[in-house]
Design a protein around this ligand. Structure first.
Ligand code: GAL
Length: 419
């Protein structure tokens, strides 16, 4: 009935307004978790571009940073036979959804628009199942960033730290002056995001890859990993006592207001600074997370496309896929989101200095081996293994007596159990 009515409406509209009789307008229901300030502005850009093409945007936003809640809701909807047209699904999970038979091929759009030429193969491979595109990448986020309030640093007379030792030194001085050194929210994915940055700093990119991509037990269950946990515990000791359950954007707000000096977070945090009208280099500073200069933990947002039945909705879905990789959208969306375009041929002159630095490091790290997929944001491993690591990391953070050696054993056992 619904589709009959919609069909009639579409026919009436096309008869009245359009010279061609083609049925064009459809509906796209899009699942995402972009509800914070900068995120919402970025999502609004996509909605607007779809509406300009005559389609109806049905927003399926499930709040919750990192997307865990959104994925749970998506599974329920898919199992009940009613998935949305598009859903933010990342990394190896794309293949899993495709394997279960939920996703549709986008190759007609990909071929016409030359996606293989536009997207680095390292990313397009993740978007494909059995050689066909089933998802479209939106952006590249860098996870290993440090966000800094320069006024606070000036007040205390300290510089932005570039190593973990410098970070500890600076954090002690900030604490002595009554500032919260590190803004943080006590949620598993945020704990894992900081752990991700500390692991890269301590292990370096090769061992990071061995641990979180290859799950090589020689690295996972090693003295090096104990050092990672020890350093991580030290970093976390500079978080205030009220962090439990705090959202990541609330933590960013603490840096913006100068209550806290720094935050270790991916560059969706920049979306918050941008939405507040702030300028990088003046009002805030973006720097590599301590100990990770020149290295890049990447996180690619992407929309996987579900199999639909209505012709006009399929048309809308394809238009969505095409729009996402158009230069106009890539610029507008990423300026708001804090990420960089997934197309490497884009002119970056309209982007701020953090985005330009990100693109430069993305390219240089791809050449020198410093580019690694972020485990905490679903690019390195399956969501099962990721979930196991989150549990171990969060229990460690919340323990009264954190024990790096014991936790390293637990990490090894947890990863092994999910492999
Ligand atoms: C990441 C996602 C980003 C951002 C962030 C916080 O996993 O890739 O786009 O939304 O979570 O919600």
């Amino acid at each position: 009935m619904k589709s009959f009515k919609r069909h009639l409406t579409a026919l009436a509209v096309s008869a009245a307004l359009m010279p061609t009789a083609a049925v064009q307008a459809g509906e796209v229901e899009v699942l995402h978790w972009w509800t914070a300030g900068g995120e919402a502005r970025a999502a609004a850009a996509l909605k607007k571009m779809m509406e300009e093409q005559g389609h109806t945007w049905k927003d399926f936003a499930v709040a919750g940073g990192g997307g865990e809640a959104a994925m749970t809701v998506l599974k329920t909807r898919a199992v009940s036979g009613n998935p949305p047209a598009a859903a933010q699904i990342k990394g190896l999970d794309i293949r899993e959804w495709a394997e279960l038979g939920f996703l549709t091929s986008l190759d007609s759009v990909a071929d016409a628009e030359n996606w293989d030429q536009l997207i680095p193969p390292m990313i397009s491979d993740v978007m494909k199942y059995e050689g066909e595109y089933v998802a479209v990448p939106v952006n590249v986020h860098r996870v290993n960033w440090l966000w800094v309030n320069p006024e606070v640093m000036k007040d205390v007379g300290v510089e932005v730290p570039t190593t973990l030792d410098e970070f500890f030194d600076v954090a002690d001085k900030l604490k002595a002056e009554g500032y919260i050194p590190l803004a943080h929210g006590g949620q598993p994915w945020q704990d894992a995001t900081v752990f991700d940055a500390v692991a890269l700093a301590e292990l370096g990119p090769d061992d990071y890859r061995k641990a979180f991509v290859d799950h090589d037990m020689d690295v996972i269950n090693s003295a090096k990993m104990e050092d990672v946990f020890a350093q991580f515990a030290k970093v976390m000791s500079y978080v205030d006592d009220d962090a439990a359950g705090r959202d990541w954007n609330t933590a960013t707000g603490m840096v913006i207001r100068g209550e806290a000096a720094m935050q270790i977070m991916g560059d969706w945090a920049k979306g918050e600074f941008t939405a507040a009208g702030l300028t990088p280099g003046e009002d805030y500073v973006c720097a590599p997370a301590p100990g990770t200069t020149g290295q890049f933990t990447f996180n690619v947002d992407s929309f996987a496309m579900f199999t639909l039945s209505e012709e006009e909705d399929i048309k809308a879905q394809k238009d969505l896929a095409r729009t996402i990789l158009e230069p106009e959208f890539q610029t507008l969306f990423n300026q708001n989101k804090g990420s960089i375009p997934v197309r490497t041929d884009m002119d970056m002159s309209d982007f701020d200095t953090c985005a330009q630095a990100s693109m430069n490091t993305f390219k240089s790290s791809a050449d020198d081996g410093g580019l690694v997929p972020s485990f905490s944001h679903g690019l390195a491993t399956t969501s099962y293994i990721q979930g196991q690591i989150f549990d171990v990391v969060t229990n460690f953070v919340n323990s009264n007596n954190p024990d790096p050696a014991k936790t390293t054993d637990q990490l090894a056992a947890a990863i092994q159990s999910a492999m």
